[in-house]
Design a protein around this ligand. Structure first.
Ligand code: KIV
Ligand code: ZN
Length: 517
């Protein structure tokens, strides 16, 4: 590997999935894994196989489907024999596979969580790396909470892990406590003092509790790390991980400064971001760098004036370089299939014929409903086709009535897989409340609405409304997202999507992943 090449290790499906309400099913994980392969990530951390049968099945399916495409598939394991063996079993069909073992090293974790002293930590780490090495060549070792670990002890653990066979040593800032210059100093120290450091790649893994994950990761690269662990949209535990799109574009845009390369096809960044947002139901904030809806919007007159003269006055990246879909006016309904397909390709979508047919039909229907159809509308139509967890209930029809002096009522028809259509009419505080009550009554899934957001996808009163719902059910959180020119219809689909996810989760009462020891 050339010394200026940075390995992009994506952990959206593992650390990202640890965000409350972001757990995904195998079909959804496969869809994201496929997008990550297209995006060009080097390593996909597909899950934590010991965490549940569902996690094992997803890692195995991803290993089988994508493990021979030049992307390495990785599974996480604590330093325990059963974890390591389970990870090895899930990954065994992948040609390119990696086992990632981790053990906390900071004094706080040693004392309060593990109740182990330093020699015990070293012994456990070494034995675990050796055991994993018996199952695959490519081994990553993470001293959890490394950024708060005494430097001399961290140096010793890392050196012993490399001697035991680790080929990547990851230095997590597990709690997002580090600052850029301190993290730079940690990586520099390891580069200088770990005797065998040339035999392993140093990796960064930074959490965003202080909003410093990307800055810390970049500082790590400056100090000599050559792998970055990151997630799409910065998803992850608590405040999340370093955002992949920000790292990649910082390196690309400031090539003059970093002199580092990645293998990422940046034109797919926005499409991948939208897919992850659609599947997890986690909205991307409008002003999010690179992939937010306002990332390339110039509002101030003085900026617009400058942009018209010369775009580089106020633009450091071109929106098309990251596959950004803004408010570009697209084709009308008379433009035809061919031009429509070209537009999809330009937006980063490569659809098979049957899906293209359906999407084109939805596009024509949308053209009948609204005057101007924008790229963002097209993206929403495509995303409505994305496979969710196999849906148990499908919406057949809905009707609401509401108004001054009348009782808001919703009449809903749902069909449960393989059964006949059920119809129910329910009242509520308003039409959306009535819809949600009706959906719950028909499905029998009791949920508590925790968050409900509507925002317009583009401009104009005929814009599609994008609805996000977050529900709590049996101590788990589920998201649903949908878009339509009718916000009651979008709300109905979004709520049903969340209920379907809740109904399909056989591990509803299991604790969330990564119960670290
Ligand atoms: O944040 C962390 O320490 C982790 C480890 C499992 C690498 O996610
Ligand atoms: Zn983490």
């Amino acid at each position: 590997m050339p010394s200026d090449r940075v390995i992009i290790f994506d952990t959206t499906l593992r650390d990202g999935e640890q965000s409350p309400g972001c757990s995904m099913h195998t079909a959804e994980k496969l869809e994201i894994a496929s997008a990550l392969v297209e995006l060009g990530v080097d390593v996909i951390e597909a899950g934590f196989p010991i965490a549940s049968p569902g996690d094992f099945e997803a890692v195995q399916a991803i290993a089988r489907q994508f493990g021979d495409r030049g992307t390495t598939i990785c599974g996480l394991a604590r330093c325990r024999n059963e974890d390591i063996d389970r990870a090895g079993a899930a990954l065994k069909d992948a040609m390119h596979r990696r086992i990632h073992v981790f053990l906390a090293t900071s004094s706080i974790h040693r004392q309060h969580k593990l109740k182990m002293d330093k020699p015990e930590i070293i012994q456990r780490a070494v034995e675990s790396v050796q055991r994993a090495k018996g199952l695959c060549d490519d081994i990553e070792f993470s001293p959890e909470d490394a950024a708060r670990t005494e430097l001399d002890f961290l140096t010793e653990v890392v050196e012993k892990a490399i001697d035991a066979g680790a080929t990547t040593v990851n230095i997590p800032d597990t709690v997002g406590y580090a600052t850029p210059s301190q993290y730079f100093a940690v990586i520099s120290h390891l580069k200088q003092h770990v005797r065998n450091i040339e035999r392993a790649v140093i990796s960064t893994h930074c959490h965003d509790d202080l909003g410093l994950a990307v800055a810390n990761s970049l500082a790590g690269l400056e100090a000599g790390a050559r792998q970055v662990e990151c997630t799409i949209n910065g998803l992850g535990e608590r405040a999340g991980n370093a955002a992949l799109e920000e790292i990649v574009m910082a390196l690309a845009t400031r090539q003059d400064y970093y002199h580092l390369e990645t293998r990422i096809n940046a034109k797919r960044l926005c499409a991948t971001s939208r897919l992850v947002s659609k599947i997890t139901g986690m909205l991307v904030q409008r002003n999010k760098a690179i992939v937010g809806q306002n990332a390339f919007a110039h509002e101030a007159g003085i900026h617009q004036h400058g942009m018209l003269q010369e775009r580089t006055t106020y633009e450091i990246m071109r929106p098309e370089d990251v596959g950004f879909t803004g408010s570009n006016l697209v084709l009308g309904k008379h433009s035809g299939r061919h031009a429509f397909r070209d537009r999809l390709v330009h937006l980063g979508y490569d659809l098979d014929e049957p899906t293209l047919e359906k999407v084109f039909g939805d596009f024509i229907a949308l053209c009948d409903k609204k005057k101007n159809v924008y790229d963002a509308d097209i993206a929403a139509i495509v995303e409505n086709q994305v496979v969710d967890a196999p849906d148990r209930w499908k919406l057949i029809s809905f009707h609401t009535s509401a108004g001054t002096g009348s009782v808001p009522t919703a009449t809903i028809q749902l069909q449960e897989e393989g059964k006949s259509v059920i119809c129910d009419a329910v009242i509520g505080d308003g039409p959306i409340d009535a819809v949600f009550n009706a959906l719950e009554r028909i499905t029998g899934v009791k949920a508590r609405l925790q968050n409900f957001q509507v925002r317009s996808l583009t401009v104009g009163t005929d814009s599609q409304g994008e609805v996000l719902v977050e529900i709590a059910c049996n101590n788990q959180v589920y998201h649903g997202k949908a878009a339509s020119t009718d916000i009651i219809e979008a709300s109905t689909h979004a709520y049903l999507r969340a209920l379907n996810k809740a109904a399909a989760n056989p591990y509803t009462n299991r604790p969330l992943h990564a119960q670290h020891e």
